[in-house]
Ligand binder design. Structure first.
Ligand SMILES: [Co+2]
Length: 332
């Protein structure tokens, strides 16, 4: 009996120890959760979600699929991940280089000859992931796609703290021209800042520029374009599907304009917004009226669709990198 009693005591003690251990582990986990996430942690989280969406849409993009389904899938996946868009999904087709997102009730359908650029932007607490790829359904476009893919992948590998972005531009133009295409000269990679997609530093897509000094803890979106056209993108002023609040104070007349401004400011942190989101939130009549007034008084920055010449095909690839002294960390 004694021994049994002793055993019981021993067992009880062991149990106590186990309980203590579990409690300790839980406390550690809690501390881990409370430990503040670093900017890199947040860039990575946003990057994971953005990459997942990019790959999902790569599979989903097929001839006959509506572009609006791609846009709404991206919107849904971002919301389900508990994150916010950094900008609306860009689905820029053929000669469109950038800034096409589906307008309200868009009927656009992908065609088997199309070259489709899918550009995803996700933000977590303001930290942005920006990533893009190109899909085509006709093998004739294979080299065009390879050109921007290789240019972006090379740039992602060579970017270094202490270097100048201009050097990367030399490389990019070289690779794109090596494939027999032209780079889009007036579009560039860009510094990412909290709640700001286009920071004040750029990564040129052409050679011969000095560019900007790359610093530790900066994040860049590296994006390159290959084109069969002129290599220049012009604004198509008839197509405005993405807007952002401009800096400054603008007196507004109508309630509709004030409501649009409030939405862009509070809900979207002054990041680029799809006009279809505004239509959905406020109704088409009010949204149209509000946007019109904001444009008139200059309170809105307009992202018109950017296009090369009409018969051009353009490809794009993009990744986000976070700069450390040991090299870049690709977050997408
Ligand atoms: Co970008």
């Amino acid at each position: 009996m004694a021994s049994k009693k002793e055993e019981t005591k021993k067992e009880a003690k062991e149990k106590e120890e186990v309980v203590e251990e579990v409690e300790e582990e839980e406390a550690e986990e809690e501390a881990e959760e409370e430990k503040e996430e670093t900017p890199l942690d947040k860039y990575k989280k946003a990057g994971e979600v953005a990459s997942k969406i990019r790959e999902h849409l790569r599979e989903m993009a097929k001839p006959g699929v509506k572009a609006l389904d791609l846009c709404e899938t991206a919107d849904k996946m971002i919301a389900e991940a508990g994150m916010k868009p950094a900008f609306p999904l860009n689905v820029s087709i053929n000669n469109h280089c950038a800034h096409y997102t589906c307008p309200w009730e868009d009927e656009l359908v992908l065609d088997k000859q199309d070259v489709v650029k899918i550009d995803v932007g996700v933000q977590y607490d303001g930290f942005i992931a920006d990533t893009a790829l190109t899909v085509a359904f006709n093998d004739v476009h294979n080299d065009l796609i390879k050109a921007s893919q290789e240019a972006t992948e090379t740039a992602v590998k060579v970017i270094r703290v202490g270097g100048y972005t201009g050097k990367i531009g030399d490389l990019i133009e070289n690779i794109i021209e090596g494939y027999g295409f032209t780079t889009i000269r007036d579009l560039s990679g860009h510094l990412l800042l909290p709640y700001r997609v286009h920071g004040p530093k750029t990564i040129p897509n052409v050679s011969g520029r000095k560019g900007n000094l790359i610093l530790q803890d900066e994040a860049y979106a590296i994006e390159t374009f290959a084109s069969t056209g002129s290599g220049e993108s012009h604004s198509d002023r008839t197509k405005l599907y993405i807007v952002r609040l401009a800096e400054g104070r603008f007196p507004l007349r109508t309630d509709a304009a004030k409501q649009v401004r409030r939405l862009l400011d509070r809900e979207y942190h002054r990041l680029p917004v799809a006009t279809r989101w505004i239509y959905k939130e406020l109704g088409t009549a009010k949204a149209k009226m509000g946007i019109r007034e904001l444009v008139q008084v200059g309170a809105i920055y307009q992202y018109h669709v950017l296009a090369d010449v009409s018969d051009a095909y353009v490809s794009q690839h993009e990744h986000t990198v976070y700069m450390t002294p040991e090299g870049p960390i690709k977050t997408t």
